[in-house]
Design a binder for this molecule. Structure first.
Ligand SMILES: [Zn+2]
Ligand SMILES: [Zn+2]
Ligand SMILES: [Zn+2]
Length: 108
């Protein structure tokens, strides 16, 4: 088990809904990833996001390349999780909200 659910403070007034929550929430960050798959070598990025559908690693929207977004658009893969250590959230590009791991038990 273990999918995703919209974060309580997803940034939407009425709470949000994400219909892509069955992606594996526990997919571990790829070993040794330290760079965006699509940025030229040496390029700067702010944060990296890993596609939960295929494992692509792209830079976040605050980075010059915005490759995670480009990947979500072209690949049709909505969910990407943050690779920053300590982060547990993922972003749904389709629903435009944060999702967090849903370990079940207390669904409201
Ligand atoms: Zn979604
Ligand atoms: Zn990039
Ligand atoms: Zn993907």
């Amino acid at each position: 088990m273990g999918g995703w659910k919209a974060a309580p403070d997803a940034g939407l007034p009425g709470g949000g809904r994400c219909t892509h929550g069955d992606a594996d929430a526990h997919l571990p960050p790829r070993e040794g990833v330290a760079a965006c798959d699509d940025c030229p070598e040496g390029a700067r990025w702010v944060n990296l996001l890993r596609c939960l559908t295929c494992g692509h690693t792209g830079c976040c929207d605050s980075s010059p390349g915005k490759h995670a977004y480009a990947h979500a658009e072209t690949g049709g893969h909505p969910l990407a999780r943050s690779l920053r250590s300590g982060d547990t959230w993922a972003w749904c590009y389709e629903d435009q909200l944060f999702v967090v791991p849903d370990d079940g038990g207390h669904d409201d």
